[in-house]
Design a protein around this ligand. Structure first.
Ligand SMILES: Cc1cc2nc3c(=O)[nH]c(=O)nc-3n(C[C@H](O)[C@H](O)[C@H](O)COP(=O)(O)OP(=O)(O)OC[C@H]3O[C@@H](n4cnc5c(N)ncnc54)[C@H](O)[C@@H]3O)c2cc1C
Length: 307
């Protein structure tokens, strides 16, 4: 059976992993350069690194806890305890470690944006710059608004009810250590989260901080250029800690147009009428990495039932 998966975020990787473990060989296409989607690690000059997407991995189910335990024993994630958060895991040496764990041995094609998806006589056809072939099953894990465009009414349900908050992230490296808590939640109206990224296990000895703007602040500044966003967030960060601009070694910003699901669809996945096309991702069951994993895994189980 030919299976294509659009997206190498946690949902796409979890789906592919389960299919691969059952003896199938899905092909995964992602428009990004690296795997992981919103489980992301930015690497910059002088060996600097920042987890600019998801910050930590929590588990509520025994099944996902088992996955994390295996990933930990294989050296891809580590437990992380700080003053504010309950026990959680982080990827090592960056958050993408967890994606790399799921992605081992899979047929991954990065930097390949799927631009069209059409129903043909023999299956579903995928197109990037060039046609990619015909598939018996296609799984789309792009965020709901992008999935709705790609699948163009072929799914049995509308995805219009799914909503997201956007998120703006500042990554900043300082020239000196800062006497501040390792993490802070909602320290100001503008900021929802500040973390000393270098305090997570397995990171290089650096003074890297990740700052996530609040949903309201992000929405209000979403369409600014990344340089403008970085400048505004940096000024607020420096002000908060009484720092001077000369103490900043590096700063940049990232825009997450679809950061956190605020209203999920309320089910594990969606299909087309003919059953050949699936859509899944965190936006189906909930806002977290564990939801993305559950959604991708449930999709794979459904495909396996039809084989
Ligand atoms: C700033 C931030 C902080 C977060 N913090 C946490 C946290 O601490 N804990 C937690 O559990 N969750 C957190 N989350 C949420 C978590 O990251 C997501 O729930 C999870 O990663 C979603 O995985 P996914 O596979 O469903 O989607 P994604 O990770 O978005 O993956 C979708 C993939 O599809 C690809 N794609 C899209 N369109 C196309 C196309 N046309 N062609 C090819 N590829 C395409 C994208 O490039 C992407 O790689 C956070 C998210 C953000 C943004």
């Amino acid at each position: 059976m030919n299976i294509a998966i659009i997206g190498s975020g946690v949902a796409g990787l979890a789906c592919a992993r389960r299919l691969n473990d059952a003896g199938l060989t899905p092909i995964i296409f992602d428009k990004g350069r690296g795997i992981g989607g919103r489980v992301a690690t930015r690497r910059a000059e002088d060996g600097l690194q920042f987890d600019h997407g998801a910050q930590m991995i929590q588990h509520r189910t025994a099944a996902f806890q088992e996955v994390l335990a295996q990933a930990q024993s294989d050296g891809f994630v580590a437990e992380w305890h700080d003053d504010q958060s309950p026990s959680a895991y982080v990827g090592t040496p960056g958050m993408t470690g967890f994606a790399k764990y799921l992605g081992q041995g899979l047929d991954l094609h990065q930097a390949t944006e799927i631009t069209a998806l059409t129903r043909e006589a023999g299956g579903w056809s995928l197109h990037a710059d060039t046609p990619l072939g015909l598939f018996d099953r296609v799984v789309c894990t792009a965020p709901a608004p992008q999935t709705a465009i790609l699948t163009a009414g072929a799914l049995t349900q509308s995805l219009d009810a799914v909503t997201y908050d956007p998120g703006l992230t500042l990554m900043v490296a300082l020239t000196r250590a800062l006497d501040a808590p390792v993490t802070q939640i909602n320290p100001t109206d503008a900021f929802a989260w500040i973390a000393r990224d270098s305090a997570k296990p397995g990171r290089p000895m650096q003074t890297c901080w990740v700052v996530q703007a609040s949903a309201d602040w992000s929405a209000a500044h979403l369409e600014m250029s990344k340089d403008e966003i970085a400048a505004l967030m940096l000024a607020l960060f420096l002000d908060l800690y009484n720092l001077h601009a000369s103490e900043v070694a590096y700063a940049t910003a990232h825009r997450w147009r679809y950061a956190l699901v605020t209203k999920p669809l309320g089910q594990s996945f969606v299909t087309s009428l003919d059953g050949g096309l699936y859509a899944c991702g965190d936006w189906c069951p909930g806002p977290r990495i564990e939801h993305a994993w559950q959604s991708g895994t449930a999709t794979a189980d459904d495909i396996l039932r039809s084989v």
